[in-house]
Ligand binder design. Structure first.
Ligand SMILES: Cc1cc2nc3c(=O)[nH]c(=O)nc-3n(C[C@H](O)[C@H](O)[C@H](O)COP(=O)(O)O)c2cc1C
Length: 150
């Protein structure tokens, strides 16, 4: 049974709601899920997982929410490699901000630096166009699972 590590952070709760939904869907498919809302660099070293999926919103000027910002800073310092493991990023944002879904770019770059396997483009969801983020996210998820061989 493939093990998926979900890193999930939010400011106002939408990305947590989406994390709930995705966890439910993956569990129904028989995947084993570990979900962390306040991960550290050690989460990548100590958790057993076959793939990592980040689900986050965007805040500030294209920034990650607080807990994932701390995680990102720690990873830049200690470099917990995830060699060859598939990773995916789902980001909520709003295209009225100049740095649309900048959080996705930050995590995409980080996971590449940590030697993860980039199986697909991050899923960037625009709150201006998509009132229910679960629809595009679940569509993206099916493709990501297939490309990751999960
Ligand atoms: C103060 C603030 C700053 C934001 N900055 C950005 C941004 O730089 N880029 C972006 O794409 N969206 C930005 N957003 C939009 C949020 O990412 C979007 O509304 C998202 O759906 C919020 O999800 P959450 O409820 O999980 O926090 C910002 C929203 C707020 C309130």
């Amino acid at each position: 049974m493939p093990k998926i590590l979900i890193l999930n952070d939010s400011v106002y709760g939408s990305a947590f709601d989406l994390g709930d939904r995705i966890t439910e869907v993956l569990a129904d498919k028989g995947h084993s899920i570990t979900r962390e809302k306040a991960p550290t660099d050690d989460t990548l070293r100590q958790s057993e997982f076959d793939a990592v999926l980040a689900i986050t919103s965007t805040t500030g000027s294209g920034d990650l929410p607080e807990n994932l910002t701390q995680f990102w800073l720690q990873c830049q310092e200690t470099f917990p490699v995830i060699t060859g493991k598939p990773y995916g990023v789902i980001a909520l944002g709003d295209s009225s901000y100049p740095e649309f879904c900048g959080s996705a770019d930050k995590l995409d770059t980080l996971f590449q630096e940590l030697a993860g396997t980039r199986v697909s483009e991050p899923c960037r969801i625009d709150a201006l166009e998509t009132p229910d983020p679960s629809e595009p996210a679940l569509e993206w998820l099916q493709e990501w699972l297939a490309l990751s061989g999960l």
